[in-house]
Design a protein around this ligand. Sequence first.
Ligand code: ADP
Ligand code: MG
Ligand code: MG
Length: 251
Amino acid sequence: MLKINNLHAQIEDGAEILKGINLEIKPGEVHAIMGPNGSGKSTLSSVIAGKEDYEVTDGEIDFEGEDLLEMGADERAHKGIFLSFQYPVEIPGVTVTNFIKTAINETRKAQGLEEMGASEMLKLIRENAEKLGIRKDFLSRSLNEGFSGGEKKRNEIFQMMMLNPKLAILDETDSGLDIDALRIVADGVNAFKNENNAVLVITHYQRLLDYIVPDFVHVLSDGKIIKSGGKELAHELEARGYDWVIEEAAV
Ligand code: ADP
Ligand code: MG
Ligand code: MG
């Protein structure tokens, strides 16, 4: 599904952040990227999603046989790549429901499909809201306006479930991710997962991976993946920290 080869990227003033990333994600897989603060985790997710603050200087990203780097962020989203916090804006007067309706129909339009019928849309909203324990009054609130941390999470995961991407990238940058928020994210991901889609969870916290069990865990340090393993690697990192991996990689 996603194949990243020797990816190098820099910020606009020239400092290189990603220094040769290789990563392959197949349908049905859950990958976790862990690593110390400042190692380039959010940069990697931004570069995959096509945010413009970064310049790719070398390497390739292939998504379902197509060159992702040739596409803008919107096109990537329409192809089925979802990045959490892509829509964090507050939009007074636009409800959670109306926002997601518009997003879905824009995606369908870009894919050459007709708008989703009102009853089908309503059914989908009900199903996903139920899975996430979202109540009716939440759906009619203004997008992100006065949302608590947990409500923002819930909305973000709701957007993911509604848009039903092929690859969902969840960058858990929020250091205030409490146990409720962890559960919201994990329940959502576990309900979303199937053999045709894939999830890339980016996190500083091992704890999240107790709820979302990854097939692969990668350690990012100074812009490179320096170690990959199975879910047990996350536990080892929790117990021993990152230094030993960094030392091992330096040998
Ligand atoms: P992580 O998500 O692993 O904590 P980031 O990808 O956010 O790491 O950042 C990696 C490094 O790149 C950090 O040193 C950070 O300060 C720097 N960086 C990231 N984005 C920018 C930017 N837009 N402008 C300047 N520096 C940036
Ligand atoms: Mg950071
Ligand atoms: Mg980050």
